[in-house]
Design a protein around this ligand. Structure first.
Ligand code: UDP
Length: 239
C-alpha cells in the first residue's frame, strides 16, 4: 500500500493517507516526549519496538473480542489502520497508584487499588490534558452518555485481558492509557497504540520500571526496557 500525503503528526506517530480512502498508514516515531512535551528525546529503534508491541497487544485483544483499528503491520514501524474519528478522551485505567494519581489524591506510590480505576482526561495539549468527569464530557460534547459507558466497559475489559497476559510474563500492569475512535458506521474501535509509551510495567519480582518512566525520570536504559517488554510478550506466543 503506497504512502500518500502526511495528514497529521503527533508526538509518537505520523499518519499518512494511502490508496484506500477508508484507511491510513500510521508510522511510529523514535521521538520521546514527557510532561506535555516539555521534556524531549529520541531513542533509535523505539518506534519499531512500539509498533511490534502494539501489534501483538492489539491482536491479543482482537482475539478476545475487542474491536480495533488495526488492519495489518506493513513494516518494522508502520501499520495499516482503519480511518476513524478519534474521540478526544484519554481513557486511563489504573491497578496500582503512581504518577499523577498519587500527586492529586495523596495516595502512597505503589498502593494496590481495591478495584481498577477508570479515569477520563481531555486530549488537549493546550489545556494540559485535564481530568474530566462524565458531565464535563457531555457539556463539551465529546461523546454521548452511552458511548461514555462503552468507553468505561472497554477500558475495564482491556485491563482484565492485559493484566492476566502480563502476569503470566512476570510483569505488573500498573496503569495504561487507551484511545478510541468511531468508524464510519459509528462503531467504537480501539485506536492509537498500547506500548511502554502509554503503559506502566513493573517487573513482578523487583518492581523495576520497564516503561516510559525510565525516560520521564531520567533512569536510562529506555530501549533495553522496551526490548525486555517485547521479549516477554513474544515468550510463550502460541501463534
Ligand atoms: N499516559 C499517556 N499519555 C498521557 C498521559 C498519561 O500515555 O498523555 C499514560 C501513562 O503512561 C500512564 C497512565 O497513562 O501509563 C497514567 O498516567 P498519569 O496520569 O499517572 O500521568 P503522568 O504521571 O504520566 O503525568
Amino acid at each position: 500500500m503506497k504512502k500518500l500525503d502526511l495528514l497529521y503528526e503527533g508526538k509518537g506517530k505520523r499518519l499518512f493517507a494511502c490508496e484506500n480512502e477508508d484507511m491510513l498508514i500510521a508510522e511510529f516515531k523514535d521521538d520521546l516526549t514527557a510532561y506535555n512535551a516539555q521534556k524531549r528525546g529520541n531513542e533509535k529503534g523505539k518506534g519499531a519496538l512500539n509498533c511490534q508491541i502494539s501489534t501483538e497487544l492489539f491482536r491479543l485483544l482482537e482475539k478476545n473480542g475487542i474491536k480495533t483499528h488495526l488492519v495489518e503491520t506493513i513494516s518494522d514501524n508502520e501499520q495499516l489502520v482503519k480511518k476513524v474519528q478519534i474521540i478526544p478522551i484519554e481513557v486511563v485505567v489504573r491497578n496500582i497508584a503512581t504518577g499523577s494519581l498519587t500527586k492529586r489524591l495523596g495516595i502512597k506510590d505503589g498502593t494496590v487499588l481495591p478495584f481498577a480505576l477508570v479515569e477520563f482526561y481531555y486530549k488537549d495539549d493546550d489545556l494540559g490534558d485535564p481530568i474530566l468527569n462524565d458531565e464535563h464530557c457531555l457539556i463539551l460534547d465529546l461523546a454521548s452518555e452511552s458511548e461514555l459507558e462503552e468507553l468505561k466497559r472497554l477500558g475495564r475489559e482491556i485491563n482484565v485481558i492485559l493484566k492476566s497476559f502480563f502476569k503470566d510474563r512476570n510483569l505488573k500492569l500498573v496503569d495504561f492509557k487507551v484511545e478510541f475512535g468511531r468508524d464510519k458506521d459509528g462503531n467504537i474501535l480501539l485506536s492509537d497504540e498500547i506500548s511502554p509509551d502509554s503503559c506502566r510495567f513493573w517487573d513482578a519480582k523487583t518492581n523495576e520500571k520497564l516503561d516510559k518512566d525510565r525516560f520521564r525520570q531520567g533512569l536510562g536504559g529506555v530501549k533495553m526496557a522496551y526490548e525486555e517488554v517485547l521479549k516477554r510478550i513474544l515468550k510463550g506466543n502460541d501463534r
